[in-house]
Write a protein that binds this ligand. Structure first.
Ligand code: C2E
Ligand code: MG
Ligand code: MG
Ligand code: MG
Length: 284
């Protein structure tokens, strides 16, 4: 063992490395069976256009319902899925669900809604990643323009050029691309200029610490994004004050508990349908 606890007294209050490793292996084993056991479910959270005050898209967010254990949070199992490679089949499964569901929304008359799906680095690094996306679009019949892939900055740490090439290919196919969790990583501004992205998702940290300095930073980020022809979505919009601030700085869209938390398929249909009825009754 290379790592030793700094003091024996300290380590007594923490699970041993061995326990942590065992817990991980157990979770990984359970996760590998989760798809077949129908324990995974995709929830959806609407993104609201701040000019029209209407939902424009929904983000697919994975949920793992373990029998007798309730929900396991993505933060607790996505990293395990990524490390073990399970994110490859799970990620493909999420994509299929999300594309099928978006088609279903269109069949209900909710034609303007598109779906956004989180994609992990491991997926993009697969040599057949583009082909997988192509196949899923073909099988589900969803138009590429109605699918947005959310990627994070961590992607570019290792293989910036290879990734840019893949993203240019996806753009050429007609897909939308979003940069997720913007502002949490490194030299983000450099990436912005070189990435073929449509949307920038500003991390919820910005709104949660909305003092004067962050205020100016957010305003500058949005201005820069607009110069580059990129729309900005604010994450973690929880209170009306957030919305007035975002409108002031010309943010394009908002996503957060204030509008709707991530919910089941039926609940998001109900949410989206309200706006459809409002539109139908005002146009008559
Ligand atoms: P993310 O993509 O940044 O997703 C936004 C997270 O913020 C979601 O957490 C969402 O439930 C949460 N959120 C939404 N509105 C609010 C709000 O008003 N306040 C606060 N405090 N939080 C809000 P969730 O669902 O736990 O997902 C966590 C992360 O797990 C996601 O972050 C994403 O990185 C990852 N993830 C989720 N589903 C998938 C998936 O299918 N594939 C991959 N690769 N990653 C996923
Ligand atoms: Mg996301
Ligand atoms: Mg995010
Ligand atoms: Mg996040």
């Amino acid at each position: 063992h290379v790592k030793e606890s700094p003091s024996k007294g300290y380590s007594r209050f923490h699970p041993s490395m061995q326990e942590v490793a065992l817990k991980k292996i157990r979770l990984e084993n359970l996760l590998s069976k989760a798809i077949d056991r129908n324990e995974l479910e995709v929830y959806y959270q609407p993104q609201i256009d701040l000019v029209s005050n209407r939902p424009v898209s929904i983000e697919a967010l994975l949920r793992w319902q373990r029998p007798g254990k309730g929900h396991t949070q993505p933060a607790d199992f996505i990293p395990i899925a990524e490390e073990s490679g399970l994110i490859i089949p799970i990620g493909a499964w999420v994509l299929i669900q999300a594309c099928n569901f978006c088609r279903h929304l269109h069949s209900l008359g909710l034609e303007d809604i598109y779906v956004t799906v989180n994609i992990s680095t491991k997926q993009v690094e697969q040599p057949n990643f583009i082909r997988t996306v192509e196949d899923i679009l073909a099988e589900t019949g969803l138009h590429p323009h109605q699918l947005e892939l959310e990627i994070t900055e961590s992607l570019f740490m290792n293989s910036f050029d290879a990734c840019i090439q893949k993203f240019n290919q996806l753009k050429a196919m007609g897909l939308r691309l979003a940069l997720d969790d913007f502002g949490t990583g490194y030299s983000s501004l450099t990436y912005l200029r070189h990435l073929p992205i449509d949307t920038l998702k500003m991390d919820k940290d910005f709104l949660q610490e909305l003092h004067t300095e962050n205020f100016s930073i957010v305003e500058a980020i949005i201005r820069l994004a607009h110069i580059l022809n990129i729309k900005v979505v604010a994450e973690g919009v929880e209170v009306p004050e957030h919305v007035s601030f975002l409108c002031n700085v010309l943010c394009d869209r908002a996503q957060g508990y204030l509008f709707c938390k991530p919910v089941s398929e039926q609940e998001v249909i109900d949410f989206l349908s309200q706006f459809q009825r409002v539109a139908a009754s005002t146009s008559k």
